[in-house]
Design a protein around this ligand. Sequence first.
Ligand code: NFA
Length: 102
Amino acid sequence: GNEAGRGTAVITRTKTKTKKPSLYRVLILNDDYTPMEFVVHVLERFFQKDREAATRIMLHVHNHGVGECGVYTFEVAETKVSQVMDSARQNQHPLQCVMEKK
Ligand code: NFA
């Protein structure tokens, strides 16, 4: 607390900073044209999945339309989405990657 000149007591910082960051799911969307091997490659390169996990996620997206690549804080999730979208564009694949708040 702080007692300032005119008898106005002001409480500052009653709480310590314990706010947890919001988390975001990064998702890949299915399409009819992106090669399965490219999606596996993306999951290995940008999401640190081994071949088995990457293949499982790719097949889940292929069969269900959408699938989770990982959960990250806002800036990390944004970076992952940009990396995937840039790589897809460079390779002329229509692959879409999005993030959503958990
Ligand atoms: N559906 C794509 C195909 O049959 C493969 C794919 C999987 C694309 C996951 C996008 C995401 N070639």
